[in-house]
Design a protein around this ligand. Structure first.
Ligand SMILES: Cc1cc2nc3c(=O)[nH]c(=O)nc-3n(C[C@H](O)[C@H](O)[C@H](O)COP(=O)(O)OP(=O)(O)OC[C@H]3O[C@@H](n4cnc5c(N)ncnc54)[C@H](O)[C@@H]3O)c2cc1C
Length: 468
């Protein structure tokens, strides 16, 4: 591998305009870091691209030398797919330009953008792109896998708001991808992840949003199941303007938490209203009715504040592990199982996240994009978040145990962006009726499975079996 990576370096060096970083180089330590500290790796070469030509050069040399190659945007893959040991990392963090067209309500942004880069540029003119809830997440991985967040009930998933991609495929050529050009890839890239190539630029639709009404509150004790039942029963008929979800966890031991809730298991509710404020206040009050009154807050805040408010809850370098699933309906037994799981939770920062999708995202037909599942509105993510390696076994076991209890009540399917590294066998489950079409497109554009460090869709071998 060392000889091979030296060869990659030597071939790239004369053409590459970005930075080439090897383990002994200044800046390598910082450049190799990814968000999930549990999955840190030591790549042989990090090719920090400056433009599409750099990406083409890196893909060509990686492919011809058969070097294990990872593609990284924000480095937030829960599974750690943005890095590898000994191989090549195509690092897109040097490609974060955002160009906004106010008249057409469109933006073009580089394949290495973080959500925060896109939000800052679009908010300058009062527009927003529907994306995720933590601004240091990469837009690349998030959009390609689907992209859920505060705006998805009103304006659809991130991938539903893409008009076009510029894509470098495995043979190094650049393709323009839209409804009119390479429509097979346009379908596959909206949910199919990084399987088909490197996106150097996204072109997306924007929406006017500058401020929101945010309500927060915590339910505890016997009110935890009651709050979740209330939410379950209310959301199917709720207006798209309301995005209301829960995090089941220990309340933080901080000044801002009412003293009697500190460090206790709670269902922490966040409800966001986008639209008329008077109407929104009524909905937010309704949503937080089961919460402890002293924990309830309501405020109007800027969209940028909303998009960054959770940033510090998920710092880089900690250890993370997740399991995710959908529920078509949430029965009382599952609610009880979630509430009681908290008592055995080994880390103060582990949580059971619950979102209700539906809205505009559910009105896009299942076959229109490759995205996993639009029919089961309850999305659960069990997220382990702890600090030291000696906590790995207990925290991973807790997540797996809770998931095993809840799984029988879930509907088949999983959101690829919330999957861990050990769930390869669930990738077909993620795409279900869309799987064979994805395999066919993968076989056409990446028959050698060069792009395989992802929730992988293996191409068909010449014999018809899958190339794993
Ligand atoms: C703190 C945190 C908050 C999150 N919040 C949300 C949320 O609110 N909503 C949501 O839907 N998801 C959320 N996620 C999940 C997130 O969507 C995935 O982790 C996603 O993979 C992150 O993308 P990235 O570019 O940062 O990842 P990276 O690790 O950089 O890349 C992951 C994979 O994506 C592919 N990829 C990335 N960029 C490109 C590109 N330009 N071209 C081709 N392939 C590419 C590659 O296959 C790569 O291996 C969150 C994750 C974290 C860690």
């Amino acid at each position: 591998m060392i000889a091979a990576i030296q060869e990659v370096f030597s071939i790239l060096k004369p053409h590459f305009t970005g930075d080439l970083l090897r383990p002994a180089d200044h800046g390598y330590g910082e450049a190799r870091a990814i968000w999930n500290g549990m999955l840190a790796r030591t790549p042989g070469l990090i090719a920090r691209c400056r433009n599409a030509a750099d990406v083409q050069a890196a893909v060509r040399v990686g492919k011809t030398t058969e070097t294990l190659t990872a593609v990284r945007c924000g480095g937030h893959s829960l599974a750690g797919f943005g890095t590898c040991d000994g191989g090549l990392v195509i690092d897109l963090s040097g490609m974060r330009e955002v160009v906004v067209d106010v008249e057409r309500r469109r933006a073009r942004f580089g394949g290495g953008c973080l959500l925060g880069s896109v939000d800052s540029a679009t908010q300058r003119v009062g527009l927003a792109f529907p994306s995720g809830v933590v601004s240091h997440t990469g837009a690349g991985g998030l959009v390609l896998g689907g992209g859920t967040g505060w705006l998805n009930r009103l304006h659809g998933l991130s991938c539903d708001n893409v008009e076009g991609f510029t894509l470098v495929i495995a043979d190094g050529s650049v393709l323009r991808v839209s409804a009119a050009e390479n429509p097979d890839l346009f379908w596959a890239l909206r949910g199919g992840g990084g399987n088909f190539g490197v996106v150097t630029e996204f072109e997306v639709r924007l929406h006017p949003v500058t401020f929101v009404l945010l309500g927060k509150g915590m339910a505890f004790g016997e009110d935890i199941p009651r709050a979740l039942q209330d939410w379950r029963d209310f959301m199917p008929d709720a207006p798209d303007h309301l995005r209301w979800g829960f995090s089941l966890r220990f309340a933080p031991d901080t000044e801002s938490t009412p003293p009697r809730l500190r460090s206790r298991p709670v269902a922490s509710a966040s409800a966001v209203w986008i639209g008329d404020l008077d109407e929104g206040r009524r909905y937010i009050d309704r949503a937080l009715a089961r919460c402890e009154p002293s924990s309830v807050s309501k405020e109007v805040l800027s969209f940028l504040s909303l998009q960054t408010m959770a940033d510090s809850d998920f710092p880089h370098g900690r250890r993370y592990y997740s399991k995710s699933g959908y529920f078509k309906s949430l029965d009382d037994h599952s609610i009880e199982a979630m509430a009681s799981a908290l008592s055995a939770n080994p880390s103060a920062t582990n949580e059971i996240e619950l979102a209700y999708l539906g809205g505009a995202a559910a009105r896009v037909s299942a076959e229109e994009t490759a995205f996993g599942d639009r029919s089961s509105p309850f999305l659960m993510n069990l997220l382990g978040n702890w600090s030291n390696a000696d906590g790995d076994a207990a925290n991973i076991a807790w997540i797996r145990g809770v998931f095993a209890k809840l799984r029988p009540a879930t509907t088949p399917g999983v959101y690829v962006n919330f999957m861990s590294a050990d769930e390869e066998e669930r990738v077909p489950e993620a795409y279900r009726t869309r799987w064979e079409r994805l395999v066919a497109i993968k076989s056409k554009y990446d028959p050698g499975n060069f792009f395989r460090l992802n929730q992988n869709i293996p191409p068909q071998k010449a014999t018809g079996s899958l190339l794993l």
